[in-house]
Design a protein around this ligand. Sequence first.
Ligand SMILES: CC(C)(COP(=O)(O)OP(=O)(O)OC[C@H]1O[C@@H](n2cnc3c(N)ncnc32)[C@H](O)[C@@H]1OP(=O)(O)O)[C@@H](O)C(=O)NCCC(=O)NCCS
Length: 152
Amino acid sequence: MRCDVTFRQATAEDLTVIETFLRTAALPLEGVEAHLSGFVLALRGQEVVGVAGTERYGAHGLLRSVTVRVDQRGQGTGQALTSELIRRARDAGLSSLFLLTTTAERFFPMFGFVPITREDLPPGLLASRELQGVCPASAVVMHLALQAGVLR
Ligand SMILES: CC(C)(COP(=O)(O)OP(=O)(O)OC[C@H]1O[C@@H](n2cnc3c(N)ncnc32)[C@H](O)[C@@H]1OP(=O)(O)O)[C@@H](O)C(=O)NCCC(=O)NCCS
């Protein structure tokens, strides 16, 4: 699918727009400000059409907040944004990405994410405020290996 979006790393001025996207999608705001440098904006022209972020914990990343503006969905933006975050994580030398979702467990397998149990999460990720009870215990936990190797 053709997707004409560009990407840029979030700055402090982008916090409000990111929070607006997440509120609209009913996704957690906790931890966004602390991990703002791991957030990326998808732009169509000058307009922000999507946001997503990676919280970094040593060699592991927590992919979170993948959100496309409602009127921009179904045009490949979510896939392009997720692929961009995966590419950036790989370039940063992360060995794996994890995520929690209650809404998109059928979206992420197309990138290679596989379901795991919470017990499989690396201990370092438990510092994440998103993991510390923000997401319901029923959330699906998923993993993507970025380098050759095992889960942790
Ligand atoms: C999930 C989301 C980011 C997808 O963005 P998008 O720009 O519409 O996605 P794309 O156009 O790149 O991809 C569309 C494909 O993904 C699938 N898809 C989209 N949202 C999906 C979802 N929630 N679950 C499963 N599949 C989904 C579509 O069926 C479509 O598949 P197809 O191409 O085979 O028809 C968007 O729906 C969104 O912002 N949702 C609300 C926030 C959210 O739940 N985020 C995930 C939690 S981290």
